[in-house]
Design a protein around this ligand. Structure first.
Ligand code: AMP
Length: 257
């Protein structure tokens, strides 16, 4: 089957398309089909989508597109509610940018020694994926500058607000240029605090959403097994042995091939 991304009207670079093919994506998920074109056009977008919909690549592909590889300045900042999501998102960026040799992505989160992050930031990373508290910490210490940021992504914004990151988010956004692009993803949009963040920081956002039944591409059949927590890894290994899949993904083991 021809790869849709290669023949679509999305103006995506050949390096990104090659990586998308390696990842086994054959066609965009519904949220990608709706969100990628306006984000590529530079518009602010508010997306209602949960984990599992392909939302990371929905903002990740256009974010990679906006980066100027001749500069090592931080140009995209993604805020994530948890260190696990920050790591997963940075990994998805790494997979998507596999053929973009000069692209550097750094996850920054609390709990990891801050010195290690200083070194990477000094060398220069174009995309930072971080939890609000740690990002703010770097801004206060002067180890991260957001003055060249072109795109801010608030990922799982509802979760970040629930966790009390509202003020941190506001301070971080205030440190970015006014003409930046602001993309917001949330599982629940109608909630007033999300609308308020969008009203304050986005400029005429386009709204995109996926209906619940459209969560995954229709060809995917979903099954689940109930297992004891401590048996998760063993069961996963047995399933992998049994089905010997060409490509697999698990939130327990970030990338299994
Ligand atoms: P996310 O909702 O971003 O957490 O993505 C869930 C999973 O779907 C990740 O493993 C992605 O790599 C994968 N994925 C994203 N886009 C596609 C696509 N167009 N086709 C197949 N898998 C995808």
């Amino acid at each position: 089957m021809e790869n849709f991304f290669r023949f679509s009207t999305f103006p995506i670079s050949p390096e990104i398309i090659k990586a998308i093919e390696d990842m086994g994506f054959e066609e965009p998920t519904p949220i990608q089909a709706q969100a990628i074109p306006p984000i590529l056009e530079g518009k602010d977008v508010t997306g209602q989508a949960q984990t599992g919909t392909g939302k990371t690549a929905a903002f990740g592909i256009p974010a990679l597109h906006t980066v100027d590889l001749t500069s090592t300045k931080t140009q995209v900042i993604v805020l994530s509610p948890t260190r696990e999501l920050a790591i997963q998102t940075a990994e998805e960026f790494n997979r998507l940018s596999k053929y973009m040799k000069k692209l550097h992505v750094l996850p920054v989160y609390g709990g990891q020694p801050i010195e290690r992050q200083f070194r990477a930031l000094r060398v220069g990373v174009q995309i930072v994926v971080g939890t609000p508290g740690r990002v703010l910490d770097h801004l206060d210490r002067g180890t991260l500058s957001l003055k060249d940021v072109k795109m801010v992504v608030l990922d799982e914004a509802d979760q970040m607000l629930d966790m009390g990151f509202r003020e941190d988010i506001e301070k971080i956004i205030a440190d970015t240029p006014k003409d930046r692009q602001t993309v917001l993803f949330s599982a629940t949009i109608p909630a007033p605090p999300i609308k308020e963040i969008s009203r304050r920081f986005q400029n005429k956002p386009e709204f995109v959403r996926v209906q619940h039944r459209e969560l995954t591409v229709p060809q995917i059949e979903q099954l689940y097994l109930e297992v004891r927590n401590r048996e998760k890894n063993e069961v996963l290994c047995r399933i992998l042995e049994m089905y010997d899949p060409e490509l697999a993904w698990s939130s327990a083991t970030p990338s299994v091939r």
